[in-house]
Each structure stands twice: as C-alpha cells, then as structure tokens.
Design a protein around this ligand. Structure first.
Ligand SMILES: [Ca+2]
Length: 506
C-alpha cells in the first residue's frame, strides 16, 4: 500500500512538473535594427505598441549581438547560430567545418532537442538563407518567403499560420508545452508596405530605377549618423551589393531615397507589430500568455542610410546589434539589462528555462540568471565578424564602452582601424559626420570629440589594449584569418588567394 501511494505521489509530482512546464514563443524578424524601435531610440517615429508591451511586461536587453558572417547573406550564419548554439567558425557551413563541427549537427538543433524534451514544436518563417536541415525537424512547419505588404500574404501570412496552430491546439486535448518559432520575412527588402501604413509614413513602394521617389514630410527623418557615402571601401567586392539591388534604392543614397525607404521599412515594422498583437491576443484568450515566455529579436540589424550604407554587411552598432526582449514567468516587468549576449546563447537559455539539458555541441551561455534577476550580463567581451566580401574583411571587439573595428581586404588596399567610445559617441560618428553639407541634412550637431579615436595619441594605450583583445578573441574562437597587422600564427587561410597575392607585394 505504501509502495502504491509512493508511486501515486511520484506520478502526481511528475504530472505537476509537466503541467508547470512553460510554453515558448520565439519571434524573429528579418533585418531589423534595434535603433529604430522606440524602446531603443525614444525619438523614433516608428509605432510598435505590441513590441512596447513585451518590453513593458518583460526585460529589454541593450547589448545583444549576432556574432557575424562569412558570407554576404548575414541571415544564414545568424540563423545557424540560433538553431545550434555554436560560435561562428564552428558552424557546419563555416570554412573549416570539417575541423571544428561534428556531423549530423541538425540532430542537436532547437527543434530536435525540444521534440525529445516532449515539447510540441512549430515554426513559420522564410525557407531560404536559413538552416534547412534544422528547419525540417519542427513537427509543424509552415514557411513562406513572400514579402507582399498586403494580407493574407506577407507578415499576416506568418501570423495566420501561428493562429491556426494555436486554434487546432485549443480544439484538441493536447496539453504538452509548445515551442513556436515565429519568423517574419520582413522588414527585409523588398519593403512593400500596406497602403495604410505607407501613407502613415509618407512612403511609396517605389519601383522605377530611373526616377527618385516623391518626398513627403511624413517620411521618417534621416538618421543622425546618415552619410551620403561611406568614407572608405568596407572590404565589399566591387559587384557585391551593399544592397545595390534593393528595389526602390539601388545605388542611390540621397536624402529622398533614404527617407522613402525608411518609411517603407517603418511600414513593414509596424505591420509586424500588428501581427504580433494578434498572436499575443490569441494566447491571452486561450489563457496561455501568462505561462509563455515570449522572445522578440531579429537575425541582425541593418543600416538604411546610416554611415552611407544600406545593408547589413558591416559591424557598426546599427547592424551588429539586434533588438532583444523577453517577457515571461519570473521576469521583472519593465526591467532593463546590458546582457552582453549573442543570439547563439538562445538555445542554452531556452533549454534552461524548459528544464531540458542543452546539447553538448551548444557553446552558448544560458542567460536565465539574467532573466531571473540574478545577473545583468553573462560576458565582458563581444566579438564580431563580417567577411562576406574580400578577405579577411571586418572584425570588431567591444568591452565596456570601447569598441574597435578593423577593415582588411581588397587585396591589401583596405587597411582601416576605428576606435569608438560608445558612451560618448554612441552613433559611431566619424569626421565626415561633422561636414556642414551633412549636418544641414541630418540636423545633427556632433560634438568635437565624437570621432574615430584610433589615430588620437591620447588613446594609443586603449587602442593597443583593444587590438590585443581582438587577437585573443580571434584565436580563442578559431578565426581562420589574421589581419595585416597581426601575427599570422602559421595559419593557412581558407580559399584566400587575395591575401596571398597581397602579401607578395613589396
Ligand atoms: Ca536577415
């Protein structure tokens, strides 16, 4: 009898544990800078009441980053890092994957891990520039790359699939916890907004490369770090897009084009927000919202006119950083932390909050201690890469307020160093931002010291410290390249005829 009672108690405890298991809604947008959202930039005109609600009821991370990319489609490595929790050079698509990545990695990616953890897994998102082998493992998968602005296509399509899934679930007896990976294909270009939202932001779906879009006072203003051109080649290939193929923009970087494109982008962002509102409302009506962790992020940021750039192939804060918000049980409403997280920390964190052991292949650090209010950050140093153009490309490192960016490429023709104090120069302004022809457009009045400090003798010790830190991160994370002013460490860079040719020069 005692044995039977013990068994019953055990079963009851197990049932209670299962009942207490939390749902996860992981929302990810495509190409969205945190700096356009009001929660990160109070002067932004972009209206996102539902994203603001997640922030108000949860936690805002100010220092969240993707680790980078070795291809110009930054989405692809970023989405791999989210799914498998591995660092950039250890991904299955990395240049030296055979050396650093186990095979069949998809079996230890997010859907596979949560399926084994007895979660119901569902995803919607874009099929391309992602991690197909991992995407296939979601029990329910509904993908579309459509970027029409008008329902039932575009962002509404993704929300509709999530609502359908939730409705089917509500109608069934299924009480397993769910993990929904809700990906939106916008605000990635083409940024075709709904007529109402385009009108709100004064923009048009401009599609004639031979004319400039009409100006409209309702269009968002130029960002304060706008430039008509980037001061130097950022190591991109001559024919490579800095998004020069984006419809409505092409190679134009004038005020009218950028303001119209920002209006289109705002329209797409607000439409995503509306769709998120529908999903949150559904969860609320089902009584599931309070038992669900809601994550909101993007695969990386985007420039759209900042620093004379249009795309995401750079390491300035607008493109390297990502928005990151979480609300859910035990998270203090309205809290705000630096975090110092990478997107690749998500898998470890999701496992931690779900009570699932993370796979041994995951290299991320769980930031559950941040969500529960025990810590404010999980690391001190952040490292970033873009080498989707000429090699080795761009590298950056950040510690505290200091950030170093280096550019090495175009067969040795590009050797540039930038050092920023982000506390004093958060928009990473450079000399060209002080030009009266620029300030008359931006309305900005940069302070004298808001400059690249790399050549300022006053900061030579800080420069040396950051250079050493960058090299140490490159070594630690198995970066296969070295920059022009670093020891070569005896490395043979993968597929790098450009660097070999450059080193032969006198
Ligand atoms: Ca993307």
């Amino acid at each position: 009898m005692i044995v039977a009672l013990n068994a019953l108690a055990h079963q009851t405890a197990a049932a209670e544990t299962k009942a207490a298991r939390r749902n996860i809604l992981f929302i990810i947008t495509d190409d969205q800078s945190p700096l356009d959202l009001k929660i990160y930039n109070s002067s932004s005109q972009l209206q996102t009441p539902n994203i603001d609600r997640i922030a108000r009821e949860g936690m805002v991370f100010d220092e969240a980053y993707h680790m980078g990319a070795f291809v110009s489609a930054v989405c692809t490595p970023s989405r791999h890092m989210i799914k498998c929790g591995r660092t950039l050079w250890h991904l299955p698509i990395a240049p030296e994957a055979s050396q650093y990545c186990p095979s069949n990695l998809e079996q230890v990616t997010i859907a596979a891990v949560f399926n084994r953890g007895e979660y119901d897994t569902m995803r919607t998102g874009k099929p391309g520039n992602s991690y197909e082998a991992a995407n296939r493992l979601f029990t329910v998968r509904k993908d579309s790359a459509g970027r029409s602005g008008v329902a039932p296509e575009g962002s509404a399509w993704h929300a509709d699939r999530v609502l359908e899934y939730l409705e089917q679930r509500a109608a069934s007896t299924d009480r397993d916890p769910f993990l929904i990976y809700c990906g939106f294909s916008h605000p990635h270009d083409p940024r075709n907004g709904t007529p109402e939202l385009l009108a709100k932001y004064g923009a048009t779906n401009h599609d004639d490369p031979n004319t400039l879009p009409a100006s409209n006072p309702k269009q968002p203003p130029l960002p304060m770090n706008y430039l008509p051109a980037h001061p130097f080649n950022t190591t991109l290939l001559p024919d490579q897009r800095d998004e020069t193929k984006v419809s409505g923009v092409w190679k134009n970087r004038d005020e009218g084009t950028i303001r119209n494109e920002r209006g289109r982008y705002f329209a797409c962002c607000e439409n995503i927000d509306i769709q998120i509102g529908r999903v949150l409302q559904k969860l609320e009506s089902m009584g599931e919202l309070d038992n669900t962790y809601v994550f909101y992020t993007s695969d990386h940021g985007i420039a759209i006119g900042r620093h004379g750039l249009q795309g995401k192939q750079n390491l300035y804060q607008h493109s390297w950083r990502v928005p990151f918000l979480v609300k859910g049980p035990g998270i203090k409403p309205g809290s705000r932390v630096p975090g110092n997280i990478y997107l690749l920390d998500c898998l470890a964190t999701l496992c931690d909050i779900a009570g699932i052991s993370p796979p041994q292949t995951s290299e991320g650090i769980s930031f559950k201690p941040i969500l529960s209010g025990q810590r404010e950050s999980i690391r001190d140093v952040l490292y970033g890469v873009h080498c989707g153009g000429t090699k080795p490309g761009m590298r950056c490192v950040k510690k505290g307020d200091w950030k170093l960016i280096k550019y090495d490429g175009d067969r040795g023709a590009v050797h540039q160093t930038q050092l920023f104090n982000l506390a004093e120069n958060p928009d990473e302004l450079v000399q060209e931002h002080h030009d009266p022809q620029v300030t008359v457009l931006t309305g900005a009045t940069p302070q004298k010291h808001q400059l690249n400090l790399a050549m300022d003798p006053q900061y030579s010790d800080k420069l040396k410290e950051m250079e050493a830190l960058l090299l140490s991160e490159m070594r630690r994370l198995h970066d296969p390249w070295r920059l022009w002013d670093q020891p070569d460490d005896g490395l043979t860079p993968p597929n790098d005829p450009a660097k070999k040719a450059a080193t032969k020069r006198p």
